[in-house]
Design a binder for this molecule. Sequence first.
Ligand code: CDP
Length: 239
Amino acid sequence: MGGSQDKPQLIIDGKRTDGRAPGELRPIKIEAGVVKNAKGSAYLEWGNNKVLAAVYGPKEAQPKHIADPNKAIIKCRYQMAPFSSLEEHNRSGPNRRAIEISKVTKEVFENVILLDDFPGCEIDVFVEVLQSDGGTRAAGITAAAVAVASSGIPMRDIPYAVSAGKAGDSILLDLNKLEDNYSDADMPVAIAPREGEILLLQMDGNLTKEQTIQALDMIKKAGETIVKIQRDALEAKYR
Ligand code: CDP
């Protein structure tokens, strides 16, 4: 989101700047099992985003004092590669944004992985953004979900994430960077699809109650497509 004076028009004749309809997703491709040494992994392209996710563990939690004797802990690192956008990244450790996205991603997986099965252990989830164009936290969660599923670590559901936002009076699904920069609101959401349970909901900007419901409906409808792409990737690897 941004408050630029020279705000570009995001909808012209009912179409978005990249030709999509308001409720349309960008094209998504996922391949599971792409990192040889990882327990589970996935490579995802989502519009112009390119994301690699890898999962290691469960293994003994290190250092020992962070271990929980009753359940596994999750460590999560979301990172944008230095060459992933025109902005500078990664020169001196994670910035505040990367720390925030790592934290919310970790919380999504804490709610779906069966942590009680692995007391004293850690599970490491890495999300590397190789190319970015808006919506990378959603793309990262969606890819990491396939990576965890492909690792065999038990989960009660395979989550997905996508954002919806608002430009003028229009509710838009899956904002790209231009739309994200100039929209009036952006709401990334992660969902456990089996029960439609919301695992993450962030909000940058303002939506009315009706707009929030409309955006959530769009996100749940998009979930049908995203979940199928996740499952197809897993089936293609393990068929
Ligand atoms: O990627 P996501 O939409 O989850 O997060 P954001 O903070 O809303 O960022 C939107 C987009 O701006 C990112 O996807 C990147 O393309 C770009 N961005 C960047 O390149 N460097 C930053 N430090 C922040 C954002």
